[in-house]
Structures are given as C-alpha cells and as structure tokens.
Ligand binder design. Sequence first.
Ligand SMILES: C[S@@+](CC[C@H](N)C(=O)[O-])C[C@H]1O[C@@H](n2cnc3c(N)ncnc32)[C@H](O)[C@@H]1O
Length: 273
Amino acid sequence: MNIDIKKIKSFNDESEIINKIIVGDCLEVMKKIKDNTFDIIFADPPYNMQLQNELYRPNNTKVDGVDDEWDKFNGFEHYDEFSKAWLREAKRVLKKNGTIWVIGSYHNIFRVGNIMQDMGYWILNDVHWIKSNPMPNFKGVRLTNASETLVWAVKDKKVKNYTFNYEEMKKHNYGKQMRNDWYFAICNGAERLKDEKGVKVHSTQKPLPLLERIVLASTKKGDLVFDPFGGTCTTGVAAYKHGRNFTMVEKDENYVDWALKRFKNFQNQLTGI
Ligand SMILES: C[S@@+](CC[C@H](N)C(=O)[O-])C[C@H]1O[C@@H](n2cnc3c(N)ncnc32)[C@H](O)[C@@H]1O
C-alpha cells in the first residue's frame, strides 16, 4: 500500500515526522526533535565548493557547476561553525547504537572528518564512491576528479552493536566481503529530475543506487532514516523502496515540491500506473 507522503512546516511530536519532508532549516528543526530518535542519519551537506570562475568546455559551452546560494560560506571558519552546529545536533538525535554517513568531496570532507573525530564520533569506514562517468577536467590542469568520500561513523568508540548487514552486502559483491570502493554512475538519464525546459532541478542530486547501498548496508526494515539536507529526497526514496521509514529536512520549498512529485512517480511505477 502506498504511504501518503507529505511536506510539513511544523510538528508537535515525533509521531508526526515519520515519512514526512520538513520544510525548514535543519539547525532549527533538529532542536525540536528529542534525543535518540533516528536509527541512521545520511547527510549530504553543502560542500563549500568556492567556485572562482565560470567554467567552459573546449567547445565553449558553459559547465553547469555548483554555484547555488546554499553552497556559499564566508570562508573556512564560517563553514566549520556550520558543520559543528549540525553535527552536534545530529549526534544528539541519533540513537545510541545508530550510525551516521556523511558524504563530501575534497573541498569539505577532510574538515568534516576532523570535526567529527574531535566531537567523539568514531569512524567505522571511509567509503570511496568512484564515479564511472565523471566530468573531465576541462582545462586539463588537474587530474579528473572521479570520486567522493563517505564517512561512516558511530557516536563514540564504545558503540559496538550498530547495524551492519554483512551477508546482504556480500550478495551485492558476488558473494565476497563488500569493500569500501563503490562504483556508481553519477545521477543522469531518466533518474535526473529536470524541469519543463529540460534544466536540472538540483545541481547535486545523488544517484539512487548509492543511497540504496547505504540503506541496505546499515538499516533494518522499519528503521527510521534521517536526512537533514534532503534536496530532491534521494535518501527518502531509497528508504521507502526498501521498507524503511524516513524523515527529510530541506530548506528550499521548490526542491521539496519536486521531491513530492518524485515520490508520486515512484509510487506510480511500483503500482504500474
Ligand atoms: C548537497 S545538496 C543534497 C542533495 C540530495 N542528497 C539529493 O540527492 O538531492 C544539499 C541540500 O541542502 C540544503 N540545505 C543547505 N543548508 C540547509 C539547512 N541549513 N537546512 C536544510 N537544508 C539545507 C540545500 O538547499 C540543498 O538542497
């Protein structure tokens, strides 16, 4: 049976946030959520890319880089303050034996990993998402940037009984122990949300198979998955697809409305409409 997925702007207690997309600033939203609520957290925060100039391909077409307002900070100090604020709240709302995944690029992941360790998070793995179809370095002045890093961690080093579906992961690696190098294409084709003019709805929509791998590796059916930087709600779709519950937060209502359409399309596909 399809669940009626809705956006909300406020709530009175935790029962109201299950399978909902909350429109708001995650720093404010998390403050209203009680301790030890979520089984896992997946976070795809702003990367603070600091793009200096517009980028063009050799044929002079403009590259659609990440120059969104939500990715802009006044330098590293500002970015670190923001990271500390959300990671502190995330630690509080994560269950005692829960795990957190944070994805980032070379622009931010070292800073984020450092902050996490200083806060007492205990890192279980760094996972390398290797992009099978990366964007080339158009100017030829650096290596092709073909990977992003995911940090997988528990709240502190005493946590031992976190969920890791070892056998399930073996099934996804031809019967062998799953490794920390994961090969997935960047999000494109039919999966990529585009508006009526064919323009990408979101500059950093993540591939669904990546999120499905995370859900299958580190949650049980019925678990509650939290994503404070929801975007197009890839995490929610992956959770829903595999019988998990979710709570997403996203501050841009336009993305939220697209995410609702995405859920509707996904549900229609499941029911063959
Ligand atoms: C890297 S994108 C996430 C993309 C997402 N994983 C997807 O697959 O579509 C980060 C998102 O966080 C949102 N965002 C940034 N700061 C936020 C905040 N303080 N609270 C809630 N959302 C925020 C941005 O609007 C953006 O959509």
